[in-house]
Design a binder for this molecule. Structure first.
Ligand code: SAH
Length: 266
């Protein structure tokens, strides 16, 4: 299945997952190891950058908030130029390239210019960060589905909020940190219970990971009190209570090794 992965003048769009290098797929790792040129984002963790081959040219095109180093148009043209030079190019992005990653736009731009593109899926933040935080995205009796949305200020927020607030599913919000108050107000106004559990996961799946939990009502206080910084994911829904149960079970086991197992409520 390696087919065109490592050919000169081709681009491999690699989803590098949320941070832990052990979450890279074997296919992603092979593409990185064989690259002559690596073009990467700010969401690609330090630990993953350390795996880049010394011999490869490394081009940083990060787009951290308030530090716009490259526009999307510039990134597209950088990718095109490198491919046209006949290099084996690896475009490395955090998470999955096709989940709020503009991977689709880059793929279409390159295809329009006759460049062959391979896409390697990655573990998206919603999956990796919640798992590392002991939050199941679905859980029998708590959530039969989950929805990923972005609350980025520049993006269209014209989603069906009435539906999102009342689906009784897990809601995972990407790029929502600057919109916590707005999210709380909107979801409450649309019928979501203010006591719905929420979690904020900062730098999930990295050694700096922080997880704080509370309720929809206190979402902004939670963010401010703990000075949560980007990148952070917001998880809204009853599944967050599973991680809360896990943390007191763990505490209990630390303080009393003879503790009887506790029945978790469904
Ligand atoms: N393509 C990426 C998402 C890019 S959008 C993916 O599939 O994961 C950027 C947003 O993703 C961040 O603002 C944050 O909300 C979320 N995110 C990405 N990596 C994260 C991490 N390690 N910890 C917490 N949130 C993360």
């Amino acid at each position: 299945m390696t087919n065109t992965l490592y050919q000169a003048g081709h681009i491999t769009l690699v989803g590098a997952g949320p941070g832990d290098p052990d979450l890279l797929t074997i296919k992603a790792m092979k593409a990185i190891e064989n690259a002559e040129c690596i073009i990467f984002d700010n969401l690609v963790s330090r630990e993953i950058r350390q795996l880049f081959p010394q011999s490869a040219q490394q081009i940083y095109v990060g787009k951290a908030k308030n530090h716009h180093s490259s526009t999307q148009d510039e990134i597209n043209h950088t990718l095109l130029n490198c491919a046209q030079q006949g290099l084996r190019v690896c475009r490395v992005k955090g998470g999955d390239s096709f989940v709020f990653g503009r991977g689709g736009e880059e793929m279409l731009f390159l295809a329009k210019h006759g460049i062959k593109v391979n896409v390697v899926p990655g573990i998206t933040a919603a999956s990796g960060c919640t798992t590392y935080a002991n939050i199941p995205l679905t859980h029998r009796g708590l959530a039969q589905g989950c929805t990923f949305i972005t609350a980025h200020a520049d993006k269209d927020l014209s989603l069906n909020w009435d539906a999102l607030a009342t689906l009784n599913q897990t809601l995972v919000v990407y790029m929502g940190l600057s919109k916590t108050q707005w999210l709380r107000d909107k979801l409450s106004a649309c019928g979501m219970c203010p006591s719905t559990p929420v979690a904020l996961i900062e730098r999930g799946c990295t050694p700096d990971q922080r997880i704080v939990t509370g309720t929809l009502e206190t979402l902004t206080q939670l963010k401010e009190q703990h000075a949560i910084q980007s990148p952070a994911l917001i998880v809204i829904g009853r599944v967050v209570s599973v991680s809360q149960q896990m943390s007191w079970l763990e505490q209990l086991q630390q303080t009393d090794n003879n503790a009887q197992p506790i029945k978790l409520s469904a």
